[in-house]
Design a protein around this ligand. Structure first.
Ligand code: NAP
Ligand code: GLV
Length: 307
């Protein structure tokens, strides 16, 4: 009943210590020192090894990130359970990033930075937060935390989910049928969706056209959510005022990509949040305890939904 960890070795050393202290019943091995593959029941990885088929007795694949779109679900054995990462470091980092990005867009910082570079001293009107509506796509673990963090500023908040939700103080919209109405009340749009067949390319020209004119965009989901050419067109026309992008179709974007130098695009290298070593190890240990006790796992993926 071995667990193999496949990622950064320095974090792996933290995991090894946590497993020795908290889960001695399950021997911990750091890839590529896997030992006999038939003994491996659990794999914790960002991307699975190329010889995954050799792990014939694998029962659970733990993603080291919140997302699982890096896995080819169709290519994984049918009975293999997949669990995403839920841990405090990921949540805290995303709260910081989305709050920072929303406040930056609210206060017009991308335009002011462009003006500074042009030595232009010019002020725009500064509406209060109470008149700037923020819409968050995805109100799961990260989207809910982002919405909660924005509450004290007084932004009117909206959320868009796949299934109908009720969140105190937040206008909730669901499904394709609720998308246009949600976008219409999003002066700043934050994408915190998982990348699935349904959400790929959702930030496209039609979505931008449904936003209030001059809206801000924050994409901290996945690059695949955004149709990049459509965003560039919307920025050119002024339909979108500015964008903060943590994720892009190619990471990094090619050297000649317009995002690198666009005055109204702030680009960060997929750093909005990442799994902390201790928190990640503890999340997996918690799930292994549940597994050994025959209980439901926290964060298990529904393959039909793809998240
Ligand atoms: P989660 O808890 O699974 O929440 C997903 C949310 O998205 C849910 O509210 C879900 O709706 C909604 N959703 C899924 N498909 C939808 C659809 N077709 N239409 C409308 N809403 C849909 O996921 P999470 O832990 O918050 O993570 C979200 C994503 O953030 C990850 O998958 C990853 O892509 C991204 N992420 C990025 C970074 C970064 O550094 N940039 C870091 C961590 C995570 P329901 O509530 O109805 O299920
Ligand atoms: C990072 O992007 C994650 O999915 O955890």
């Amino acid at each position: 009943m071995v667990l193999v960890y496949k990622s950064d070795p320095a974090r792996g050393a933290v995991w090894a210590r946590r497993f020795a202290a908290e889960m001695a019943a399950i021997p911990f091995r750091s890839w590529p020192d896997t030992g006999p593959l038939e003994a491996v029941r659990f794999l914790a990885a960002w991307e699975p090894p190329a010889d995954l088929a050799g792990y014939r007795n694998l029962e659970i694949l733990f993603s080291l990130g919140a997302g699982i779109d890096q896995f080819d679900l169709a290519g994984l054995p049918g009975g293999l359970r997949i669990v995403r990462m839920i841990e405090p470091g990921l949540v805290g980092g995303m709260v910081e990033y989305t709050t920072l990005a929303v406040l930056a867009l609210h206060r017009g910082l991308p335009a002011y930075l462009a003006r500074q570079r042009a030595r232009e001293w010019r002020a725009d009107p500064a509406p209060l937060a109470a008149s700037r509506r923020v819409g968050v796509m995805g109100a799961g673990v990260l989207g809910r935390a982002a919405l909660d963090a924005l509450a004290p500023f007084g932004f009117p908040r909206a959320a868009w989910t796949r299934t109908p939700r009720a969140i105190p103080g937040v206008s909730c919209f669901a499904g394709r049928e609720g998308l246009r109405a949600f976008l219409a009340v999003s002066d700043i749009l934050v994408c915190l969706l998982p990348l699935t067949g349904e959400t790929r390319g959702i930030l496209d020209a039609a979505a931008f056209a449904a936003l209030p004119r001059g809206a801000g965009l924050v994409n901290a989901g996945r690059g695949g959510h955004l149709v990049e050419a459509d965003l560039l067109g919307a920025l050119d026309s002024g339909q979108v005022g500015a964008a903060v992008l943590d994720v892009t179709a190619a990471e990094p974007p090619p050297a000649e990509h317009p995002f690198w130098s666009h005055p109204l695009v702030w680009l960060t290298p997929h750093v909005a949040s990442s799994t902390e070593a201790e928190g990640g190890a503890d999340a997996v240990i918690g799930n292994l305890r549940r597994y050994l006790a025959g209980e439901a796992l926290v964060g298990e993926i529904d393959r039909a939904r793809q998240y």
